[in-house]
Design a protein around this ligand. Structure first.
Ligand code: GLN
Length: 531
């Protein structure tokens, strides 16, 4: 079978859940036995979201091969278990960068370089890149933003051209919003009609419409949309708000989204896929009513800032038949007087990743509380570094202990830049990024958590590292370096073994935790918190 392309665009408003729809469709096609990938094309000019703060863009997700990407790639991986790469995340910045690099090399000698055809050709090349590297049945391409944006135009033009070239092998799904006007007591389809007209004006006739709505849409209303938009009635699908994003694949399956896609591409769909394990997960999730309370100690009070951590905690909870309630605890407002009150009722805390000074004092106070009160604590990246600093100050007696990120003149640099990072002059894409192999010390708590496995591969996103000069001092006082990079000797995991659960990881386990394969450290942490 030739590779088929499914484009997912959005109109009317942003944040309608294109990422979840893409991931859900990927899941359904995969459940039918197809080999798929999902990629995101973002129209903004940044090369990647690595330099954006979470207020702008939510969490920055990192692929195994070290690309800093949009958080939707996290959904793709968590839903489908595929491993995305740098080719699954493309921005306008990267498109222009490669075209301009080509111009300087002389690839286009004598020619004027233009948005059409040079930029659009580069977009088309990248849309097809994944399928040129491995055999794929379906490539789902989500276009970020909404179709009216100025930045989106080259992407839509590239899609228009590809649809023409590929014929039946390419379809377009357009996601819109149907608002409910409370005063009139009516659902309104006009914004959807306008949005589809706009898409048609760009030469793209969507085959399928997905209408995001807070209310059930009647058959009449769907028929009306179909009629105005040149779309089959059965291809007007509703995406109602659901209690969990993980119910979306089932909702889409019930309305036959996958079967309609196949039919539009000339494939006989046959019986619907079973989604066995997925449904088992949902059922277990439904039944998990006993709570476990986890405090997220960090500086961002934002839904999306710690997305992967929250999802990883929730998945792990389900497998322990617990509902995980995460409470955000702003570390900027934690002080020695109020820490017990702030952490009251928590069964465990996660000390969150981050950059810069803001909120770190509160993180250190929270770590001290957890360490001295036998409260389960999981430090991730900056969180692990805070565990190390707290231990150095309060157990080893190095009052001045710090990370050189926070205090470049500290006399006790327990966290410091590694040599190769000292040479770095550019901020973008220069951290230690992506997967590295970590050896785990036999008999340690982490080793037990990993099911007595002695190596793992985990994803990174940081510049600073544990300073090995202090390793022995830490170990003899009870903080052990139980995970170490197998090639360099960089410390990856620290733990206090005689604590209920006190582990810090320099890597980000949350990036590789999926619904059907939750990360062992999250599993073990929740187990300890639930006990
Ligand atoms: N700021 C720290 C570093 O660069 C930690 C980064 C993080 O938590 N992702 O090493």
């Amino acid at each position: 079978m030739s590779t088929k392309y499914i484009f997912i665009t959005g109109g009317v408003a942003s944040s309608l859940g294109k990422g979840i729809i893409s991931a859900s469709l990927g899941k359904l096609l995969q459940a039918r036995g197809y080999k798929i990938t999902i990629q995101k094309f973002d129209p903004y000019i940044n090369i990647d979201p690595g330099t954006l703060n979470p207020y702008e863009h939510g969490e920055c997700y990192v692929t195994a091969d070290g690309q800093e990407t949009d958080l939707d790639l996290g959904h793709y991986e968590r839903f489908t278990g595929i491993r995305t790469t740098r080719d699954n995340s493309v921005t306008t910045g990267r498109i222009y960068q490669s075209v301009i690099d080509g111009e300087r090399r002389g690839d286009y000698l004598g020619k004027t370089i233009q948005v059409v055809p040079h930029i659009t050709d580069e977009i088309k090349r990248r849309i097809r890149l994944n399928a040129s590297k491995e055999p794929l049945d379906f490539v789902i391409t989500e276009i970020g933003g909404t179709i009216g944006d100025i930045e989106s135009q080259p992407f839509l033009e590239a899609i228009r051209q590809l649809r023409w070239e590929l014929g039946k092998d390419a379809i377009n799904i357009h996601l819109t919003y149907v608002p409910f006007l409370a005063a009139a007591g009516e659902l309104k389809t006009k914004p959807t009609q306008t949005s589809v007209k706009q898409l048609q004006g760009l030469g793209i006739q969507p085959e399928i419409l997905i209408l995001r709505t807070e209310h059930n849409l009647s058959d009449d209303l769907r028929a009306k949309v179909a009629h105005f938009c040149n779309v089959d009635v059965e291809a007007v699908i509703q995406s109602q708000d659901l209690p969990s994003i993980y119910q979306v694949p089932v909702n889409m399956l019930n309305q036959g989204l996958d079967a309609i896609c196949l039919k539009k591409m000339g494939i006989e769909p046959g019986p619907p896929p079973a989604l066995g394990k997925w449904k088992d997960y949902l059922e277990r999730r439904e039944k998990a009513v006993k709570m476990v309370n986890i405090g997220l100690v960090g500086k961002y009070d934002l839904q999306d800032a710690y997305k992967s951590i929250r999802e990883s905690l929730a998945h792990a909870g389900v497998y322990h038949d617990r509902k995980v309630e995460t409470t955000f605890i702003n570390s900027e407002f934690i002080d020695p007087e109020n820490v017990d009150e702030k952490l009251a009722g928590m069964d465990g805390i996660v000390i969150c990743p981050g950059f810069g000074r803001r909120g770190i004092d509160g993180k250190i106070i929270a770590v001290e509380y957890a360490r001295t009160h036998n409260l389960p604590a999981f430090g991730i990246c900056l969180g692990m570094q805070m565990m190390v600093i707290e231990f150095a100050r309060n157990v080893l007696g190095h009052q001045d202990a710090n990370s050189t990120e926070m205090d470049s003149d500290t006399s006790c640099n327990v966290i410091d830049l590694m040599e190769e990072q000292k040479k770095v002059t550019q901020m973008g894409g220069t951290m230690r990024l992506g997967e590295y192999e970590c050896g785990i010390v036999e008999g340690s708590r982490a080793w037990e958590a990993y099911g007595q496995q002695s190596v793992t591969r985990e994803r990174h996103r940081h510049r600073y590292e544990f300073n090995n000069k202090y390793k022995e001092e830490f170990e003899s006082a009870g903080m052990r370096c139980v995970g170490v990079n197998t090639i360099s000797d960089l410390v990856e995991i620290v733990e206090i073994s005689d604590h209920k659960w006190f582990i810090g990881t320099q890597f980000h386990p949350e990036y590789s935790s999926t619904v059907l394969k939750p990360h062992p450290l999250f599993m073990d942490f929740i187990k300890a918190c639930a006990d």
